[in-house]
Design a protein around this ligand. Structure first.
Ligand code: FE2
Length: 235
């Protein structure tokens, strides 16, 4: 399997390019609009055809590349049915399977950071978006966030994966690129070491995070698959 982890520094977003070596069919997980040329070059360089772009959720910190990829690479936009994004081509629910050549992608519904968060399991890897981060997790104070729901998602849908499963998050702000389920279960600062549901809810309530810098631009754009909307335009 072809695998490449890409990093967009402005929002510290990780994007993942995976492809079947035999059919040359590819997917991108969490593409960023501003990086479209990088993706197009990579696809061309490795002779890949992009079948799907998958968004783990409706992002508040960057604009998705889904629409541009649809236009330039002919891919289909995939995201969860609860996203409220009507321009999605495939709206997945928990347990949905996508096949790209020899690669099987399993969607696992992991709400709590948003109500449409989906993690994708491929072989011994899980792409967790902003649900589970390395030594942390997504915030729960915007976009229908709910700490109790996030705790349940992580415990029931992610921590139940084999300990050696490699965790590839949607972001990292300290340069770390991967973790494992076993490691996060043990030592994640918010959820590890047998953290209780009540303890986690209390901890999340007291984080006191700043208002997300790009949310007013990113959310309307991402609800339209990445079309930048002038939020100041008078109706
Ligand atoms: Fe997010």
């Amino acid at each position: 399997m072809f695998f490449k982890q890409l990093f967009e520094p402005e929002s510290s977003t990780y994007t993942y390019l995976l492809a079947c070596e035999h059919t040359k069919q590819a997917i991108l997980i969490d593409p960023v609009a501003s990086e479209i040329d990088v993706y197009m070059d990579l696809l061309e360089q490795h002779d890949l055809s992009l079948v799907y772009s998958l968004d783990t959720h409706v992002h508040a910190d960057h604009v998705t590349g889904a629409k541009l990829l649809k236009e330039r690479a002919g891919s289909k936009a995939v995201l969860h049915r609860n996203s409220g994004v009507s321009c999605g081509d495939i709206l997945v629910t928990d347990g949905c399977l996508l096949r790209i050549g020899e690669i099987e992608v399993e969607a696992r519904y992991t709400p709590g950071h948003t109500n449409a968060c989906t993690s994708y399991v491929i072989d011994n890897m899980v792409f967790t978006g902003d649900a589970l981060l390395i030594d942390g997790c997504g915030r729960t104070d915007f976009q229908e966030g709910n700490s109790g729901t996030l705790y349940d998602s992580i415990h029931n849908q992610l921590f139940t994966l084999p300990a050696e499963t490699i965790v590839y998050p949607g972001h990292d702000y300290k340069g770390r690129t991967q973790s494992t389920i076993g490691h996060e279960r043990e030592s994640n600062a918010r959820l590890g070491n047998n953290q209780t549901r009540e303890g986690f809810i209390e901890l999340m309530k007291n984080l006191d995070l700043p208002y997300p810098a790009k949310i007013d631009i990113a959310l309307p754009a991402n609800k339209a698959c990445g079309t930048t909307v002038n939020v100041n335009a008078k109706k």
